[in-house]
Design a protein around this ligand. Structure first.
Ligand SMILES: [Fe+2]
Length: 370
């Protein structure tokens, strides 16, 4: 067994303000990588820049990271800041800016890198140091080495092969409390999926279960917030962000499985938010899993069984359905990906994959597709 988690995590209110001084050891000039909006309104950008000024660290800001960042964006930033003497990179926001920060840190370290470099495991994986300040509760990217990027040339999303773990992660629930409710729902269902997929996984071991079970228990206390039955308080926000962080620690060991693999074409083609696309396939995945494992995971998440969980997904996503032609594309993509087909802890053949994909579909309407 192996458990590798090299990120120093500070998780408390005002974590950036209290502890950013430690990041001062990373250099004298930082590049902040963020999206166009939320970091500037939820207080995270202000906290980070105030901390940088206090430490006397210069900084530049690249705020052009789009949702599901493309490899083109990575190389735009790489070209723009190559000659700026950047010492380290700070990703602020959800998974998109944090994943982009990792890839940009790699490209800044290797100015010769091209698109093939990002996907060539034989190349040097070293990157500039990365600091992450998450503001959503889904990705867990602050504690993983993963950087998922959009490949327009392949019309899907693909993780870079190089693992770039952040050096520091500063987690503060106050940033999440200012985020829109649908974003919170999408993010936390993504985190739930990470927790479940890391356990129903060929790579799951006792260490993965340690972080995943703790994360599931923490997540279970927040589901009424997601359905709108309970108001969002500071405590709930902290729990959501902490469960997302633990989920990140789990998938950093085991990776994700079938629901994530099925979600990528959907997000690419339809622009469906990542958590929503993943969550759509989660009940089907659980229905195909061994009963004992499924029931244990659902119980830890606070559900009495699969029926209640399916209804929960339906409720928080307002009965969202993926069109049949798009489901077929996801099915074909995963069916032809042996790594993903063999990633779950139970055997997945083509028939089982169909049942996962078409869990929410009317059986009659799908028969015609095969
Ligand atoms: Fe995810």
């Amino acid at each position: 067994m192996k458990f590798y988690m090299p990120v120093k995590v500070f998780d408390e209110r005002d974590a950036v303000i209290k502890h950013f001084g430690e990041a001062g050891s990373l250099g004298r000039k930082a590049l902040i990588v963020t999206g166009k909006g939320s970091a500037f309104s939820n207080g995270s950008y202000d906290d980070v820049t105030a901390a940088l000024k206090k430490e006397g660290i210069g900084f530049l800001t690249f705020s052009e990271v789009e949702e599901n960042p493309s490899t083109e964006t990575i190389f735009t930033a790489g070209g723009k800041y190559r000659s700026e003497g950047i010492d380290f990179v700070i990703g602020i926001g959800g998974g998109s800016p944090m994943d982009a920060a990792k890839a940009i840190a790699l490209v800044l370290k290797h100015p010769e890198a091209d698109l093939d470099y990002l996907y060539d495991a034989s190349k040097d994986s070293s990157a500039l140091p990365v600091v992450c300040v998450p503001t959503t509760c889904g990705t867990g990217s602050e504690v993983t080495g993963v950087s998922v990027l959009t490949r327009h040339d392949k019309k899907t999303k693909m993780s870079m092969v190089h693992k770039v773990f952040p050096v520091f992660a500063f987690i503060d629930g106050k940033y999440l409390s200012r985020s829109p409710h649908p974003l919170m729902v999408n993010s936390s269902v993504d985190a739930l999926s990470h927790l479940i997929e890391s356990v129903i996984n060929t790579k799951a071991d006792d260490y993965v279960k340690m972080t995943a079970y703790a994360g599931l228990k923490m997540w279970s206390g927040t589901k009424e917030v997601l359905t709108g039955e309970k108001a969002v308080g500071e405590e709930e926000c902290s729990c959501l962000m902490r469960s997302s962080c633990m989920a990140g620690m789990s998938i950093a060991q085991s990776g994700t499985s079938i629901p994530h693999a099925l979600s990528y074409p959907v997000t690419y083609d339809m622009g469906t938010p990542h958590g929503r696309a993943v969550g759509y396939f989660l009940p089907g995945f659980l229905s195909a899993a061994p009963e004992k494992e499924r029931d244990e995971l659902l119980k830890l998440s606070g559900f009495s069984g699969l029926q209640e969980f399916s209804s929960f997904i339906d409720k928080v996503f307002d009965g969202f359905r993926i069109p049949e032609n798009e489901l077929l594309r996801s099915y074909e993509a995963v069916k032809n990906n042996p790594v993903k087909m063999n990633s779950a802890s139970f055997r997945v053949d083509e028939d089982i994959l169909k049942n996962i994909v078409y869990y929410y579909s009317d059986a009659k309407s799908t028969e015609s597709l095969f």
